[in-house]
Ligand binder design. Sequence first.
Ligand SMILES: Cc1cc2nc3c(=O)[nH]c(=O)nc-3n(C[C@H](O)[C@H](O)[C@H](O)COP(=O)(O)O)c2cc1C
Length: 222
Amino acid sequence: MDILEGIRERKSIRGFKPDPIPKEILQKVLELGIRSPSAENGQPWEITVVIGKALDEIRRLNIQKLNAREPFNPEVHMHLHAGVYKERHMKLAAQLYGHMGIDRKDKEKRTAWVQRGFRFYDAPAAIILTASNSLDESPTQFDHGCLTQTICMAALGYGLGTCIAGQGVLFPEVARQVCKIPDSQRIVMSIAIGYPDPDFPANRLQSTRESLEDITTWLGFD
Ligand SMILES: Cc1cc2nc3c(=O)[nH]c(=O)nc-3n(C[C@H](O)[C@H](O)[C@H](O)COP(=O)(O)O)c2cc1C
C-alpha cells in the first residue's frame, strides 16, 4: 500500500471479525512499529500483547468496574474535556451513535456502546504500551504517540484494523494484574487490533477534521 493512501485510509475500527491474528503478523506489525522516532532515540516503551483468556479476563474486570461506577484511574493524562475540544468529542459521539442507530435518549444502547469500548471493541488482541516510571510523563507520551500511530499504520498494511483505546486502560490496575505488569512501569495506552468487520456500521465513519486553513499560519510564501 502506498504511504499516502495508507494515511488517507487509516481510521479507527470499532468492530472486528473474531479471527485470530497469527503471532508472526503481530510480530511484523510491532517490528515496524518500533521503527518509530523517539526523543534522543530513547525508545521509552515496553509492549504487552494480550489475546485469549487473559484478554477476556481484562474485558470482564473492566466491565465489572465500569458497572460498579468505580472512578477512572489512568496513569497518564488522557482527556481534554473542555470548550471546543469537548464539542469535537460530542460531535464524534453523535456521529458514532448515528452510524450505530443509537438514539441519544436510549440509555441502554448508549451504555452497551460504552461497554464495548471497555471491552476493546471485542478485538481478538490488544496491545498495551507501558513506560518506565523513572521517565517524565510528557516526553514519554509524545514518543508513545509516535509509536502508536506507526503500529496503527503498520497494522493497516497487514490488513488489520486498530482502535487506540484509552478506555481499555482507564482501570489500569486490571491490565496490570492480569498481564503482570510491574509497578515500575506506567501504563500509557492500549490499542485494540484485529481484522475489521466490513459490515459493522461504526467502521464506515470517516471522522471529520477542522480545515487546514483554520489551524495553519503560513509565513514568507508571498
Ligand atoms: C490517545 C487516544 C485515545 C483514544 N481512546 C479511544 C477510546 O477509548 N475509544 C475509542 O473509541 N476511540 C479512542 N480513540 C480514537 C479516537 O476517537 C479517533 O482517533 C478519533 O476520533 C479520530 O478518528 P479516526 O481515528 O477514525 O481518524 C483514541 C485516540 C487517541 C489518540
